[in-house]
Design a protein around this ligand. Structure first.
Ligand code: GLA
Length: 339
């Protein structure tokens, strides 16, 4: 427990011990990114600038943030993130244009509050994509265009999505085509979780192949990577990378974290158990070894948060449960040597 006595000192020691920052460690392989928000840009500023070469807005570029009411765009927070990237020479992944979550209800309703007709919904989607992609054309060259359209367990597509409900499959093709029209140079991604689970992976492969066969401009597969110390297996991750690459797509790991719990485990550690941290460290090492082996295919790896003191897995999916899923601990020290 000595480690907890002088965190600031130990932290300084680590940084000055000559441990190179991650962006240097992975320089010859792929950009190493982190998701940020207005709060962590303050509280984790040093860590973000020193360690990473790319950032993703955690929420600030989602539909509801950018266009809360029809025609009323608010770019304040997204612009601040882009300015931060510019000042510090960081790449930006655009996240995310079309998703069933964090999209305002007005998109799907007409003026009387009834379900809006298909054409109106598609028009609104294209207006949104056009405005957002053109605004950031100089700074954002990779976009998650469609997020999570494939169903998790049964069936094929996520039919309960309001996009699907109002437009059927058409929103998917139209979203990619529109983004490509606005910025023909941007690399356009489909992004999803459980993308290394064999049944869902096969559905996603079918989905992507269908888009490619129709000539839809999809360039990459975003494997979110919300994983745990238990699963998916390394072999499953590798098979997934292979399967997406076999379609001729580039692959990015877009939202990596490694939980210490099974998804809905109701256990609740007061502090991270050392044996689980050791397991996590080893898993991170193995995962990054694998990513490095696939450097020809993997064009980016992003972790879903800078450090364990504030993570999206705290209280989710189990209320009151603290998690420690990230690469840096609560004192902003790297938890494992990755290379
Ligand atoms: C999905 C989204 C992310 C984020 C996470 C939860 O993976 O793609 O933007 O909202 O859920 O934090």
């Amino acid at each position: 427990m000595k480690n907890n006595i002088l965190p600031a000192f130990i932290n300084a020691g680590k940084e000055e011990n000559g441990l190179p920052p991650l962006r240097e460690v992975f320089k010859e392989y792929f950009p190493i990114g982190v998701c940020v928000n207005p709060q962590t840009l303050q509280t984790h500023r040093h860590l973000i600038i020193r360690q990473f070469s790319s950032i993703t807005a955690e929420d600030e570029m989602k539909f509801d943030r950018l266009q809360p009411e029809e025609g009323r765009f608010d770019f304040t927070e997204a612009d601040a993130i882009v300015a931060f990237a510019r000042e510090n020479g960081l790449l930006i992944r655009g996240h995310t244009l079309v998703w069933h979550n964090q999209t305002p209800e007005w998109v799907f309703l007409d003026k009387e509050g009834r379900p809006a007709p298909k054409d109106l919904v598609l028009q609104r989607m294209e207006d949104h994509i056009t405005t957002v992609v053109s605004r950031y054309k100089a700074d954002i060259k990779v976009w998650d265009v469609v997020n999570e359209a494939v169903s998790d367990r049964e069936g094929y597509l996520r039919v309960k999505s309001p996009w699907y409900q109002r437009t059927g499959e058409e929103f998917i093709r139209r979203a990619f085509t529109c983004a490509h029209r606005v910025d023909p140079e941007a690399r356009l991604f489909y992004n999803d979780y459980n993308a290394a689970v064999p049944e869902k992976r096969d559905r996603i492969v079918r989905f992507l192949r269908d888009l490619l066969d129709r000539g839809v401009p999809v360039h990459g597969m975003g494997i979110q990577g919300h994983w745990t110390i238990y699963d998916p297996s390394l072999a499953e991750i590798e098979e997934a990378i292979e399967a997406y690459a076999a379609l001729g797509l580039e692959v990015q790991i877009t939202e990596l974290d490694v939980s210490l719990y099974h998804w809905s485990d109701t256990g609740n550690f007061k502090a991270p158990p050392p044996e689980l941290l050791a397991r996590q460290a080893e898993r991170y090492r193995q995962i990054f070894d694998l990513f490095r082996r696939y450097r020809q295919v993997i064009t980016g790896v992003t972790v879903w948060g800078p450090a364990d003191d504030r993570t999206w897995k705290d209280n989710f999916p189990v209320q009151g449960r603290k998690d420690w899923p990230l690469l840096f601990d609560e004192n902003h020290r790297l938890k494992t040597v990755l290379f």
